[in-house]
Design a protein around this ligand. Structure first.
Ligand code: FAD
Length: 144
């Protein structure tokens, strides 16, 4: 099966609350699992950066739905295309709160605030892969 990967950035309407994120993620977990969609969502209080991967129809349909969501605006498509393998097979939708997370910001030269719509595909993917690595490591059981 062909896997399509879509990466976009958007601006939060108002200020993002963690309750809103929790609601989005709980919907995403159910819907994405059912449709074999994987991906990763990172955010601060003003911006989202999300990667969706799955079959073409499911990804297109979901992006269309997400684009109509009034909790964010000004969606910018960063990249869209077929990929050989999924980047985030671990998650129906992995997540990372960048607010106050200084180390990844410094590692990815994010100075003066997180502005994901200015990123190109390789910058966005490098950040998402790094955040995923941190999340996967945190999810591992510690010792035996
Ligand atoms: P409903 O949940 O009925 O919502 C319909 C509309 O009502 C929404 O589009 C939104 O505008 C509004 N709404 C719903 N809940 C609230 C609320 N608590 N506060 C304010 N407005 C609200 N869904 C997925 O399935 N998978 C994903 O990976 C995914 N990623 C997302 C990433 C972002 C950044 C955002 C903002 C949303 C994401 N969603 C995702 C949610 C998606 O946009 C839809 O809300 C979801 O798919 C449920 O669709 P629904 O038709 O049941 O809509």
């Amino acid at each position: 099966m062909n896997i399509v990967q879509l990466i976009y950035a958007s601006q939060v309407v108002g200020t993002l609350s963690l309750d809103t994120v929790a609601t989005i993620l709980s919907k995403a977990t159910v819907h994405n699992s059912r449709n074999h969609i994987t991906g990763f969502l990172c955010f601060d209080r003003k911006h989202f950066l999300q990667c969706l991967e799955g079959d073409t129809e499911s990804v297109n349909q979901l992006y269309h739905q997400i684009a109509q969501d009034r909790r964010h605006k000004s969606l910018t498509l960063i990249s869209y295309g077929e990929v050989a393998t999924r980047e985030f097979p671990e998650w129906a939708m992995g997540d990372f709160d960048l607010e106050g997370a200084e180390s990844p910001m410094l590692r990815h030269h994010i100075m003066g605030g997180f502005r994901p719509r200015l990123m190109d595909r390789s910058q966005a993917l490098a950040l998402l892969r790094d955040l995923n690595r941190i999340r996967v490591a945190a999810a591992q059981p510690h010792g035996i």
